[in-house]
Ligand binder design. Sequence first.
Ligand code: SAM
Ligand code: SF4
Length: 341
Amino acid sequence: MTGPTPPEQLVDGFGRVHRDLRISVTDRCNFRCTYCMPEEGMQWMAREEILTFEEITRIAQVFVERYGVDSIRLTGGEPTVRAHLPVLVAKLAALGVELAMTTNGSTLRSQAQALADAGLRRINVSLDSLRRDRFLELTRRDELDRVLDGIEAAKEAGLDPVKINVVLVGGVNDDEVVDFARFGRDNDVTVRFIEFMPLDADGGWEHAQVVPQAEIVRRIEGVFPMEPVVRGHEPAEQWRYLDRPAGRPGASAGDVVGVIPTVTRPFCESCDRVRLTAEGQLRNCLFALDEFDLRAPLREGGTDDDLAAVMQRAVGAKWAGHAIGNVQFIRPRKSMSQIGG
Ligand code: SAM
Ligand code: SF4
């Protein structure tokens, strides 16, 4: 996004400029995905611990106006279970950022239009199986049809592109790689496969369950020949189907497929993200062990300078990379739903 040069930038010790803010709006969810939450017994944050829309907007405003953050993604927990979400979307859209959301998609039939009208532009829907029985097993909810309908609703509401995020877990759903590729092609949505990360609810993650990027690409290519999309010097984590050349008439989001190799080929060196948890803690990495408190200064009458100082401290403390797979790697004690995936 172009605009006036911000007065300052959020630069870490490795020269990475931070422009992307992920905001978790709730830790709650209407699903119970096995790798993310136990079936029973989640301890939810108390209502007063969670930032209000005004508090979220104040923090976002400092990020945007002072530090030039130009992209904000709403997540959770499940963001759409937070009441009146379009009100927050409108407040954030007014900051002039590229606004996106990650959702399980189950409520989009009733919410997508209101969210789009409020200024949401892009959406990622998480979907790990196209088979009803497996979807039920993975999410503990029999809502595959609602999610598929939600994806249609998102398209109808003009959210563009609609991306489908598929976490592949070896031996669980990796036999659906080609089915998902076909789904993306047939439904004009960009499917992106995500390697399973050690942030699961029960600590049961094993390296052997990671389906590596190279394997995913090999399986798709066997059925739908494709070529890497080249961005800058590097081939990106996107492939284009050879029968869907760039610029073709009727081009669609389903002409490409993505693989996000967080584990086998981490993109830490170009990471420009910071995360705000639902209770107002700043995290400089998904796998960070420390958090930086923005809620206390916010609620104690702190100035924008006070908030900005916490942001600088958080980004300044960012490490080079998460080093999953190294013996030194320490798993955070939180799951994705508590961090804000
Ligand atoms: N509820 C929303 C959803 O499911 O899209 C947003 C929050 S969810 C925590 C964000 C994303 O994190 C989802 O795509 C989910 O599949 C992914 N996720 C959760 N735990 C994960 C893990 N251990 N490894 C990889 N992805 C994970
Ligand atoms: Fe809910 Fe998303 Fe976690 Fe599934 S992955 S339990 S939908 S927060």
